[in-house]
Design a binder for this molecule. Structure first.
Ligand code: 9Z3
Length: 388
């Protein structure tokens, strides 16, 4: 790793910015330390899914950071919480796809997103421990499965949920196991069980079937190296591979060679940041990394007038299958599917509510419509190729 003597791109007015080709970028920027380990996990995952005849979708999700120091104290980030990616991943799994979920570390993830620490804190689901709860009560052996803890009934608390790794969510069994174990069962407040159980079941079903692989990234550089490596591993899937690029990827970055090693010091007036352009990797992705895959990119705009022309421009430039356009403030209500030589198709939640089943959390979400439509288009495209 080279060290920059000063914050040249972060302080001075002189322009030294450069446009990197994808090759120059990968030749000059540092690969993440975990790249080899993550690539090996993806390789095993893809092989297993292929043996089992499943289609695989790579879902990228969340925002990428741009560090301003090598010993990073400050970085630039963006708004994305990973809602689109995490939600879509759940729907892909429910459609029978295996999912490689490549996500910003600590952003929302499939299943656990329903219990995010800010909107629905996990500890709030659980009953307050009662006095004596640190000794397992004999009532745990009771066959009805409900008289737990301090003898409270089903009206107050619901079932016990201490579950071994990899085991299915079977509350009665868990309880029996817990009775013999030293740890005391934890109680879920009954008002939460109705919503929790479908999420927990789906989560464990995906774990048991080993159809969900989570791979984290932080910086835009990590993201690009991973995207190339994961796509490379997915090549063996041919047309069974789908690429759903929902991560909010920074367009600009500070190359490692221009990033100061230590914390930028204040006291010298304002900080001017000059950033270089991140190479557009959709072209190598379509041509070299995933030449047979079904590639779907997202286009985000804040000016609605730009959405469709920019989506069409991307399709013409990169030659992939589909762009999904979304406006920042309307992204949860409507999106537009844009394909070359086809009319665009708007999906609007207001017009589709009745046709949608709703997700694990009980809400109707636009990702259900997006994923259903995509699976349909992907399967059609796959069949067409088989026919010739
Ligand atoms: C998207 O447009 C996603 O739908 C959102 C999802 C980031 C808006 P949230 O995580 O948001 O649910 O809060 N992703 C792609 C954004 C992007 O970086 N697109 C590039 C561009 O617009 C092209 S690949 O130029």
């Amino acid at each position: 790793m080279s060290t920059a003597p000063s914050a040249s791109s972060l302080s001075g007015p002189a322009s030294t910015s450069q446009t990197f080709s994808a090759k120059e970028f990968f030749d000059t920027q540092p690969a993440p330390a975990s790249l080899g380990a993550h690539t090996a996990l993806v390789r095993d995952f893809v092989q297993r899914q292929q043996k089992e005849g499943r289609s695989v979708v790579l879902v990228t999700s969340g925002g990428t950071t741009v560090p301003l120091e090598q010993n990073v104290v400050r970085f630039l980030d963006n708004f994305s919480a990973g809602t689109r990616g995490a939600t879509s991943a759940e729907y892909f799994l429910s459609q029978g796809y295996a999912v490689i979920f490549m996500h910003r570390q600590h952003s929302l993830a499939p299943y656990t997103r329903h219990y995010s620490h800010t909107t629905n804190p996990f500890l709030d689901l659980l009953a307050e421990p009662q006095e004596g709860d640190d000794t397992a009560p004999s009532s745990l052996n009771a066959p009805d499965g409900w008289r737990l803890g301090m003898g409270r009934g089903p009206h107050t608390h619901s079932k016990v949920v201490p579950i071994d790794d990899g085991a299915e969510a079977q509350p009665q069994q868990s309880q029996a196991r817990a009775a013999g174990a030293s740890s005391h069962p934890i109680l879920v407040k009954s008002k939460h069980t109705e919503k929790l159980l479908p999420v927990l079941r789906a989560y464990h079903a995906a774990q048991k079937a080993q159809t969900l692989l989570r791979i984290p990234f932080v910086t835009v550089t990590d993201y690009l190296f991973l995207l190339r490596a994961v796509s490379g591993e997915m090549q063996t899937l041919g047309r069974r591979g789908m690429y759903y690029l929902a991560a909010a990827v920074s367009d600009f970055f500070v190359p490692e060679q221009k990033t100061p090693q230590h914390k930028i010091q204040s006291g010298k007036g304002s900080l001017v940041i000059e950033m270089d352009q991140v190479p557009k990797v959709l072209r190598p992705m379509v041509q070299d990394w995933a030449p047979e895959g079904y590639v779907v990119s997202f286009k985000l705009e804040t000016d609605p007038k730009l959405l469709i022309p920019k989506a069409r421009g991307a399709l013409e430039r990169y030659g992939h299958q589909l762009v999904i356009g979304n406006d920042l403030t309307r992204r949860k209500e409507e999106v537009v599917f844009v394909e070359l030589e086809k009319e665009e198709r708007w999906l609007r939640l207001s017009e589709m509510r009745e046709a949608l089943r709703g997700g694990l959390g009980g809400e109707v979400e636009i990702e259900e419509a997006i994923v259903k439509e995509l699976c349909h288009r992907h399967q059609q495209w796959f069949q067409q190729a088989k026919l010739g």
